[in-house]
Design a protein around this ligand. Structure first.
Ligand code: PLP
Length: 462
């Protein structure tokens, strides 16, 4: 399998090339040259075999032809998913007639980010050991990506990881999950600024090509194709196991669009998937884009589901690339225009294609709290605010007789404030996470100054 950039002007690479590059040099995102199709045998295999075997079978469709060999991928998948606390890895829970929760939060750091990052850390280490090379991973996080990436990369050969988070703007649990990891290759920086300030510094470092090449800069956010490939797996598996061949619909709490994109890809590959519903909080640019055919940025509003407080969903570009007929030049022009003026009318036909592929809705803060309360009253279940956004939107959108799966993206104990507000119940941290409450923290607090951060990163290799 070979990978092309959505902006049509970067070298073609294989799976490990896409893994190491993160963002393509033309500013685009890597996507497979064509979409593989699942055979009936592969679908049955995914229904019947353990999760890690299904993962390897599917990811192999994307990784074949690169330096990684199938037995190596098998071993990496087995090790990655052995870290999950539930034997099913991604268990589903029935909510009664034809409604299910897909619990993606049983990994080491309690959000769905672990599903992809546990794999990514091992893939990086494998490739870097093979080539005797190194990368410097720099990321920005509003909480969940940072902890999942740190847990996945700690003490791995060939990796230095620098994670920026906005000082004082992540939850205590999220911060401690990052700052209590004192491995020599992990570097936490709390930036006096917002998440967007952190993100802008990371983007600036990627845009500085001499710097990027000097430190072998790499990315672990969902612009990295390998992450999306790992997420396709649970949609295939859940659809075939729950539907028995009849289509199953999913509602996905959405921020950067990586998770719902993986669902769309699973459907393109022939998994029995019906409708896909995007659920947004008050930051609902995707919802508005589908309604109006115009993408337009507004300021970010802080909500109880901070992982979805995003203006521009990076991975949306991968879907647009398909609906633009894979015209990289048109994507490059339109994305540049969008970034500079904050507004883009989508070309004829594209809004219709989008509405054919996706439904969308949003939940207000009040609706989120009401949903958490009603899940507790009706089912005795605590759900986190991101999951609640999906439950609210999905239930409103669900059709008569439709089997609907609500994707649960974080464990409730990671976002206790909204849960306590809605139910009065303090969600218990799972035992494997509790020790962080007592451990020492290590973190550098810095001003929002690119030169300071960049020279820190450069010095790691000198
Ligand atoms: C990252 C995250 C999301 C958003 O997922 P995207 O792939 O960025 O759309 C939703 N919920 C939680 C808990 C997350 O950590």
């Amino acid at each position: 399998m070979r990978y092309v950039s959505t902006r049509g002007d970067a070298p073609i690479v294989d799976y490990t090339g896409a893994l190491l590059a993160g963002l393509a040099f033309d500013g685009g995102l890597y996507v497979p040259e064509s979409w593989p199709v699942l055979s009936d045998h592969q679908l049955e295999f995914c229904r019947d075999e353990p999760y890690h075997r299904c993962a390897s079978e599917i990811i192999w469709l994307f990784a074949a032809g690169s330096a990684i060999k199938r037995p190596e991928l098998d071993a990496i998948c087995e090790a990655a998913y052995a870290t999950f606390r539930d034997p099913e890895v991604v268990p589903t829970r029935s909510l009664g007639d034809d409604e299910h929760l897909l619990e993606l939060f049983w990994g080491p750091t309690l959000s769905f980010k672990d599903v992809a990052l546990q794999l990514l850390g091992r893939l990086f280490e494998h490739e870097l050991t093979r080539t005797d090379d190194y990368v410097t991973i720099v990321g920005a996080t509003s909480g969940d990506t940072g902890s999942a990436a740190i847990e996945a990369c700690r003490d791995r050969a060939g990796i230095e990881l620098v994670m920026l988070h906005p000082d004082g703007r992540v939850s205590d649990v999220q911060r401690r999950q990052m700052t209590t990891v004192t491995s020599a290759n992990i570097h936490n920086m709390a930036v006096r600024g917002t998440f967007d300030d952190c993100q802008d510094m990371v983007k600036a470092m990627f845009a500085d090509r001499p710097f990027r090449e000097a430190v072998n800069l790499a990315a672990v956010n969902s612009i990295n194709w390998a992450r999306v490939s790992a997420q396709v797996v649970y949609y295939v598996r859940t659809a075939i196991r729950l539907g028995g061949g009849t289509p199953v619909s999913f509602t996905v709490p959405t921020g950067n669009f990586g998770n719902v994109l993986a669902a769309h890809i699973a459907k393109l590959m022939g998994a029995p998937i019906g409708r896909l519903v995007i659920a947004s909080n008050s930051n609902d640019i995707l919802n508005r884009t589908l309604d109006t055919g115009v993408m337009s940025m507004e300021g970010v509003v802080a909500t109880s589901s901070p992982a979805m407080d995003i203006q521009v969903s990076s991975n949306f570009e991968r879907l647009l690339f398909e609906f633009y007929g894979r015209d990289g030049e048109a994507i490059a022009n339109d994305m540049t225009e969008f970034r500079s003026v904050g507004r883009l009318g989508l070309p004829d036909g594209v809004p219709k294609s989008l509405r054919g592929a996706l439904a969308a809705g949003m939940a207000t803060e009040t609706q989120v709290i009401e949903t958490i309360a009603s899940m507790w009253n009706d089912h005795g279940l605590l759900v986190d605010p991101h999951t609640a956004v999906g439950l609210h939107v999905g239930r409103r959108s669900r059709l008569e007789g439709e089997t609907m799966v609500y994707v649960a993206t974080a464990h409730p104990s990671k976002f206790p404030d909204a849960v306590v507000e809605a139910t009065g119940v303090e969600p218990d941290l799972p035992d494997h996470v509790k020790p962080i409450l007592e451990m020492d923290e290590r973190c550098l607090v810095v001003d929002q100054d690119l030169a300071t951060v960049q020279s820190f990163v450069a010095d790691l290799r000198s």
